[in-house]
Design a protein around this ligand. Structure first.
Ligand SMILES: C[S@@+](CC[C@H](N)C(=O)[O-])C[C@H]1O[C@@H](n2cnc3c(N)ncnc32)[C@H](O)[C@@H]1O
Length: 248
């Protein structure tokens, strides 16, 4: 199956998916208005993240608590913008996310679903206090948050049959990504989409390796402003492309 490396999200959307450049620019413009004004708390993510990151780093240095240090960061702005645009293009009814943290990615799915007029995000974390950046009204509306110290059994329980999009952003070890995929693959819709953050090519990260092994999927490795990278897999790429072109 196809393996494609893209320099950035714009190249993926425009060159691979065929989204018109002017349509992409319109999405970007609209994004600034929607998330910049409506969800003003999204602006606080960065500040809170930076404070937390400093605390985690210190704990790591001083006490060697690596578990806490791992994953203490939201997706970068270019990833958030991509999730927002891609959710509007593909219109998922249900997104399942692992790794809520601040809720930055969840809010981007949620805001796009508001534009679509339907859809919900089911997001999970091992930390019961995760999701601090999610506006309260969204939690009762189109974001469902679950936490457990047994994250894989939680994922099995909360993942509905025939859901549309899986976003991995939790523990990026190869073993965990494989385990999560083992749970979600039998339940994802046949036209469903898998996405993972932190699919770093340089370090051959867990998501990079696990997604590379999805034999009968088309897999797109998309570079970010830093080298964390995002990976996206879909079984029926032509269907995805046709749907996007027909509606845009
Ligand atoms: C990279 S952060 C997620 C960032 C989030 N997507 C955002 O944009 O704000 C990773 C999160 O995964 C959580 N986590 C770590 N191991 C996990 C696991 N095995 N299952 C679920 N969540 C996990 C951490 O507590 C942390 O909040």
């Amino acid at each position: 199956m196809k393996r494609v490396f893209c320099d950035n999200f714009e190249k993926f959307l425009v060159d691979e998916l065929g989204l018109k450049k002017n349509k992409y620019d319109e999405f970007l413009k609209e994004y600034r208005v929607t998330l910049g004004e409506k969800y003003s708390s999204a602006n606080n993510f960065e500040l809170k993240d930076n404070i937390l990151r400093k605390i985690y780093r210190k704990l790591w240095e001083v006490m060697g608590i690596k578990k806490l240090a791992r994953g203490a960061i939201s997706v970068q702005p270019d990833v958030g913008i991509f999730l927002y645009i891609f959710t509007q293009l593909t219109k998922p009814k249900v997104v399942v996310e692992t790794g809520t943290f601040a809720g930055y990615s969840a809010v981007h799915f949620s805001a796009a679903m508001k534009k679509n007029g339907f859809g919900k995000v089911i997001t999970t974390d091992i930390n019961p206090n995760a999701g601090w950046g999610i506006p309260k009204k969204l939690l009762n509306d189109n974001i469902e948050f679950h936490a457990s110290q047994e994250p894989l059994s939680l994922l099995s329980t909360i993942t509905p049959k025939n859901f549309d999009l899986f976003f991995h952003d939790s523990d990026h070890s190869y073993e965990n990504v494989k385990n999560e995929l083992k749970i979600v693959l039998p339940k994802i819709a046949s036209k469903g989409i898998l996405i993972s953050h932190d699919s770093c090519r340089r370090t051959q990260s867990g998501p990079f390796k696990a997604f590379s092994e999805l034999d009968d999927w088309h897999v797109f490795f998309i570079d970010s402003d830093n080298d964390q990278g995002t990976v996206l897999a879909v079984k029926d790429f032509d269907y995805l492309k046709k749907g996007i072109l027909a509606n845009n």
